[in-house]
Each structure stands twice: as C-alpha cells, then as structure tokens.
Write a protein that binds this ligand. Structure first.
Ligand code: DX5
Ligand code: ZN
Length: 224
C-alpha cells in the first residue's frame, strides 16, 4: 500500500493544526516534517517544540526529515518530542551506521536520505540496518521545486537491492511529486511519497491527497 505523506513545510504555520486535520480527513497515516538548519540547506524551519505541539493534536506517524549538519546531537530531542521516524542525510554522517542504530535505540524508525548527487552505492553497508531510505527528488531546502526524473533510477536500484538481499526497508521519495508524475513514482516501486505543494498548495488539501492516491493506485493496477 503506497502512502502519501503530506509535508507540513507547505502548510500554513499559523494554522498548522487545522491544516493537519484537513489532510487527516483524507485517511493518511503519516505526516512529513522538514527540519532545516540554515547550514546544511539554505533555509530554516522548525525544531522539537513544534514537533511536540503537533504530537499533541494528531496520532499520525510523524516522519521527521533532518536536513541539519549534526543530527546526532538532536535525534533524542526529536524522538522525545514525538517523532516516530527520523531520517538523516548520508552526506553529513561520517558514522552513519552508528547514527542509524542510535535512532533505533532512541525508539524510532531510522531512515537515511540521499541527495540527488549522492549514489545509492554509498548505502551498501547500511541497507541491512535502515528501516527506510529516502531518495531526494529535488535538492533539499525548499518546497515547490521541479521533480528530478533520474531519482526513479535510484528507486529501482533500491528495489533491486532490497530484493536480492532479502531486506524489507521502505523506500520514500521527497520533492516535486504531483498528479503528473505520481503514476511513474508508484510504478518505480516507491512505498512512501512525500507531497508538499501539491497538497497544501491547493484549495482542498484532502481532495488533493485523495487524487494523488487514486492516480497512484490506478497506475499500479494497469502496471500489474
Ligand atoms: C524539500 C523538503 C520536502 C518538501 C517537498 O527540501 O524535504 O519535504 O516539503 O515539497 P514539494 O512536494 O513541494 O516539492
Ligand atoms: Zn522532506
């Protein structure tokens, strides 16, 4: 079952609770939370206090995407605030195996993220540790950017590696997902699709989620 994860980056932060309840009505199970430090990426967003407030108003699985240079320092605070899944960028983790195990020891699912310029091969030694791999389909930092089609090659490589090694990590994609490409994303084998502007940038976010979900299911039905 493919999950659509609305990204609150494109929500109205002054009405965050309302916006979250709007997409909950579409039957989503997970919410994507973008944390940016103005250092690893050229933008600043939010920290553990916001995650804590969001945790109070929803039971959805909170998928926290850390776009920060020193994730080890903050993982504990985000899990304590209510994160269920925490992902870190391969590019900032010299001790990636240790960081991933630390996230799991804190009690969350551990994800590793690949920037568009980072190959799948860099994850070879941690694929049996991770709970999920997040493929960036835009360069991280902002919502509303154009989808990079090559990302789907990476998804296919991960699907192949998962199969050949008998693993079960989930594959997530983040950036530029829209009704125009969700079919191709689904067919490539993605399990979790993050959608920011194509959900919260529309007049009816719940309807946008339903339509993305329906297009994905239709593409898979034709494909099988
Ligand atoms: C980008 C963030 C994304 C962002 C996606 O750096 O990691 O999660 O919210 O937004 P859209 O779907 O608008 O590309
Ligand atoms: Zn993200």
């Amino acid at each position: 079952m493919l999950e659509i994860l609305p990204s609150i980056l494109s929500a109205d932060f002054a009405r965050l609770g309302e916006d979250i309840h709007r997409v909950e009505a579409a039957g989503i199970r997970m919410l994507h939370v973008d944390v940016m430090d103005g250092h690893f990426v050229p933008n600043i967003t939010l920290g553990p206090p916001v995650v804590k407030s969001v945790r109070k108003i929803t039971k959805l699985t909170l998928d926290v995407h850390l776009m920060i240079t020193d994730p080890d320092r903050y993982v504990g605070a985000f899990v304590e605030a209510g994160a269920n899944c925490v992902s870190v960028h391969q590019e900032v983790c010299p001790h990636l195996d240790r960081t991933l195990r630390m996230i799991q020891a804190e009690g969350a699912q551990a994800g590793v993220v690949l920037n568009p310029g980072t190959p799948v091969a860099t994850l070879e030694e941690v694929l049996d540790v991770v709970d999920y791999v997040l493929v960036m389909s835009v360069n991280p930092g902002f919502g509303g950017q154009k989808f990079i089609p090559r990302s789907l090659d990476k998804v296919r490589q991960l699907v192949e590696a998962r199969k050949s090694r008998g693993l079960s990590f989930a594959i997530e994609i983040d950036g530029g997902a829209s009704p125009a490409n969700i079919g191709d994303i689904a067919k490539a084998g993605v399990d979790w699709v993050v959608a920011g502007s194509s959900v919260f940038g529309t007049a009816d976010p719940a309807q946008a989620v339903r339509e993305l979900s329906r297009s994905a299911q239709e593409a898979l039905a034709v494909y099988v």
